[in-house]
Write a new protein. Sequence first.
Length: 244
Amino acid sequence: MPDTIAIILGRGGSKGVPGKNVMPIAGKPCVRWTIDAALASKSVSRVLVSSDDPNVLTIAACAGATPIERPANLATDTARVDDAARHAAEVGARALNLSRPNLVILYANVPVRPAGLIDRAADLLASTNCDSVQSYAPVGKFHPWWIARVDPTTSQVRPWEGDVLNHNVFRRQDLPPAHIPDGGVIALTWRSLFCEVDGAQDGPHRFFGVDRRGVINPEGSVVDIDAPEDVMVAEAVLKRAMER
C-alpha cells in the first residue's frame, strides 16, 4: 500500500458554534476525537492538522500529530476545503520527505465516526486504484423522491421533478436506496486532489476525480458539529460508547 497521510482540517472561525473545534465533547476537545481516530488507523502513516487557530495546533502537537499553520486567506468563510487540503499536503509531504502520498481528509468538527472507517476508505482507494472514496449515509425519510415544491404564494404542492408527487411511493420501505455524503472521511490520490485527473468535471468537486467510490455508514453513525444540538447528540453517543 502506498504511503497515506491524514489531513485534519479545522479552521478557527465558526458562526454556528463558535470555537467548536476546541469545545469539550465527552471529556476531550472536539478535534482530539478526530486526531485519535486518525492516529489509530492502520492505513495512515502520519497525521497533519491544518488550522489558523493556535489552540487547535497546540492540541495537535500534544496529541502526536503534526501541526500545519494555515494561511489567513485559506481560513475565511469562503475558503475552499480542497485549497486548504492542498496547502497542508504540500507542506506536510515536503516536511516528511514523502513523494505524492495518498491522502485522507478529515474534519475537526466530526467527533463521532464509526471505528475503522478511515481504514475502510483508505483500503478501498488502494485496492481499486480509484481517484477518491467518500463516506455516505442513507438519507432515511429525507429521500429525494419525497421532495416537493410548495408555492409560497398559493401554497400549491408540486413534485420537485416529474409529474407525480412522491413518485407515487408512500412507504419508506418502498423507496430505492439513496445516500448522502456524511462528512466522515474522504480518501483520495495526490493526482486527484491536485486536479491532475484527465476528464474530471470542472467545478468545486473536480478534486474528487473521475472514478469516485463510496463506503456506506449506518444512518446516524457520523455526527458533525454544525449546530448547538449536534453537541448534545455527540456527547450522548460518545458517553454511551464509553460506558460499554
